[in-house]
Design a protein around this ligand. Structure first.
Ligand code: SF4
Length: 287
């Protein structure tokens, strides 16, 4: 049985940068505190915690004597940075530069749209850390939508500036944007701007992933249980290859999946480390 690792798998640029920053800080021997899970991958998080990373929340800050605090790739809302400043905490900012750019854009658009009662609408997962940071840059007044069921929150008679969380699927965003445009056009409102904000590190993987999923009898997709891009990229594999299986650990693998297969493709989310993908490939080769 042939076992092949997807050449496009491994950390995206933003997560890779955040992990490198954390590793470098951990090597100094000082405790490293991080606001929330750095990466939506338990195996990688366990490894970082074993090296001394401590995960805390904003609510913990006033009680803890933290001197330096890491902000993960997802970013934080402006009030978190203000709180850190007030508490005299040095920020180790690992916000992905693509997310920072998007936050600034949202802030500019939100501020400019205030006199016109313009609405900032974000296509994303409510409660997701990146969405909280984006919303914070719209005065915490953005309308978060994940599908058309959420449309009741939108006033289609007012101007709309539409953005997407960086890790959402590009096709879903396109469909949602078209549906909003349709609803606005029906009542004669054309004041809609759709911003291109899906990260190419996610959307750019879909075409190659489709080919990869078609080339193998079985696809093993490795991702964290709470990874947004993992859920999306896995759905891309599953739509092409019915024998696609989502795992978080080696222990999730079932030998029955490979009984009639001659080739297995291994891939993962943008938050899945290359070393874990290699470990899974080695384990399957052993099987
Ligand atoms: S998916 Fe894109 S925006 Fe999100 S952390 Fe990775 S590189 Fe940055």
């Amino acid at each position: 049985m042939q076992v092949t690792i997807d050449p496009g798998s491994g950390f995206c640029f933003g997560v890779d940068r955040a992990i490198q920053l954390a590793m470098a800080e951990l090597e100094t021997g000082n405790p490293v505190y991080c606001l929330g899970e750095m990466v939506h991958n338990k195996v990688q998080m366990d490894q970082l915690k074993a090296k001394g990373l401590k995960v805390i929340t904003v609510a913990d800050l006033p009680q803890l004597k933290v001197q330096k605090l890491m902000v993960r790739a997802h970013g934080e809302p402006p009030e978190t940075f203000q709180l850190m400043k007030d508490l005299g905490i040095t920020t180790l900012d690992a916000t992905c530069p693509i997310v920072t750019k998007l936050q600034r854009k949202i802030n500019t658009v939100f501020t400019a749209g205030l006199p016109f009662d313009s609405q900032v609408v974000i296509y994303g997962k409510s409660g997701h850390a990146e969405v909280a940071g984006l919303n914070g840059n719209a005065g915490n007044g953005a309308i978060i939508v994940s599908n058309e069921m959420d449309f009741e929150k939108i006033d289609f008679s007012k101007p709309i500036q539409l953005f997407s969380q960086t890790t959402m699927d590009a096709e879903g965003y396109r469909i949602l944007g078209a549906a909003i445009k349709h609803r606005m056009t029906e009542i004669g409102n054309t004041d809609l701007v759709i911003h291109k904000s899906v990260c190419r590190q996610v959307s750019g993987r879909s075409p190659a992933l489709r080919s990869f999923a078609a080339e193998h009898d079985v696809i093993i997709f490795i991702g964290g249980n709470n990874s947004a891009n993992g859920a999306y990229l896995f759905s891309v594999c599953k739509s092409i290859n019915e024998n696609s299986f989502y795992i978080s650990h080696i222990e999730d693998i079932d030998i029955k999946w490979f009984q009639k297969s001659k080739s297995v493709g291994i891939t993962g989310a943008t938050s899945t480390p290359a070393w874990l993908i290699e470990e899974v490939a080695a384990f399957i080769k052993e099987l």
